[in-house]
Design a protein around this ligand. Structure first.
Ligand code: NAI
Length: 326
């Protein structure tokens, strides 16, 4: 049987953690024949660590055949030790009256520390996926600390936005959602991100032709996807957690599946009009397990260009807020 892979998860006792760990342990993320060891990292306070102990008890009580060990720690040097995957879910939430710049800086400190420690102690083949917000900029900050691990190993999650967009297109067209392909998310994981409907297909035909309502695509469609997080908070009283955890399962599953075509946020290197040094959502194709190439060559019309310029501006603004930390 295969050797277990080590999966470090920060924020493991949070609400996404609670929806995520059981799916990793059941085989949904790495496949039904891949054993895992969970290395769970929480903030160094009594409450989250007590909650983490409870989550670990529940994981034990599931008797998952693939789960070969659980580490519980508040020490990132222990939690990231030899990790093959580092899933950075924990982050400091925006408090009442808190400025965006302060949020960026507070999270910046966390992701500088984690980036340094991952680079020092994680496995040679380590891959890092960032969910904690502001995810793209946190990912950029963590990557900026790495000397051993190349920048391409650090990705941020825009898959929840992709999944939301896929469902919206399918519901509008009245088709099964598996008919919707090549819907990609460009830019920041925030309301400015751009779901590029012009390249999507529905049952093999251009989505624009099938939907035949450009005003809906440019207006309500983009808005619904962009503001879905806020709609869920308004309806549920807390932010999306199960769908975010599911999106991370998809993000990693696609990244370990050669040939998979999906959106992740990566170092832009200037592609699609993004600043070279920001982490922006774009379409990728998984080459070998854990590696990918950006799919280039999609033509952008004026509408797409203006949306990309707006989300790029937000990313470069975020970058300038934390420039002194990089
Ligand atoms: P939560 O507040 O329920 O859980 C976060 C957990 O992280 C807490 O248990 C906290 O103690 C822990 N934590 C904080 N700092 C830490 C540190 N330095 N090291 C280890 N653990 C730490 O939040 P939730 O709902 O689980 O969301 C987590 C993050 O994911 C948030 O930043 C949220 O905005 C983000 N998110 C991102 C999405 C995306 O699509 N990229 C979608 C949904 C949420």
């Amino acid at each position: 049987s295969k050797a277990p892979i080590r999966v470090a998860v920060t924020g493991a006792a949070g609400q996404i953690g609670y929806a995520l760990l059981f799916r990793i342990a059941s085989g949904a993320m790495f496949g039904p024949d891949q054993p895992v060891i969970l290395q769970l990292i929480e903030a160094p306070f009594e409450k989250p660590l007590a909650a983490l102990a409870g989550v670990a008890m529940e994981l034990d009580d599931c008797a998952f055949p693939l789960l070969k060990g659980i580490v519980q720690t508040s020490d990132p040097a222990v939690g990231f030790k030899d990790a093959n995957w580092c899933l950075l879910v924990g982050a400091k939430p925006r408090g009442p009256g808190m400025e965006r710049a302060d949020l960026l800086k507070d999270n910046g400190k966390i992701f500088i520390e984690q980036g340094k420690i991952i680079d020092a102690v994680a496995a040679d083949d380590a891959r890092i996926a960032v969910v904690g917000n502001p995810a793209n900029t946190n990912c950029m900050i963590a990557a900026s600390q790495a000397k051993r691990l190349p920048a391409e190993r650090f990705t941020a999650m825009v898959r929840l936005d992709q999944n939301r967009a896929q469902t919206q297109l399918a519901q509008k067209a009245g088709v099964d959602l598996t008919e919707v392909k090549d819907i990609f998310i460009y830019g920041n994981h925030s309301p400015t991100m751009f779901p590029s409907f012009a390249h999507a297909t529905i049952a093999g035909k251009p989505a624009k032709e099938v939907i035949n309502d450009n005003a809906w695509l440019e207006g309500p469609f983009c808005e619904t996807v962009g503001k879905r997080g806020a709609a869920i908070i308004a309806a549920r009283g807390s932010s999306s957690a199960a769908s975010a955890a599911n999106a991370l399962v998809d993000h990693v599953r696609s990244l370990v599946t050669p040939g998979a075509i999906h959106s992740i946020a990566v170092k832009s290197n200037g592609l699609y009009g993004f600043d070279a040094n920001v982490w922006a959502g774009m379409p990728v194709r998984t080459t070998t397990a854990g590696s990918y190439e950006v799919i280039t060559g999609y033509e952008m019309d004026d509408f797409a260009k203006s949306k990309i310029a707006a989300t790029n501006k937000e990313l470069t603004d975020e970058r300038s807020f934390v420039a002194d930390m990089l």
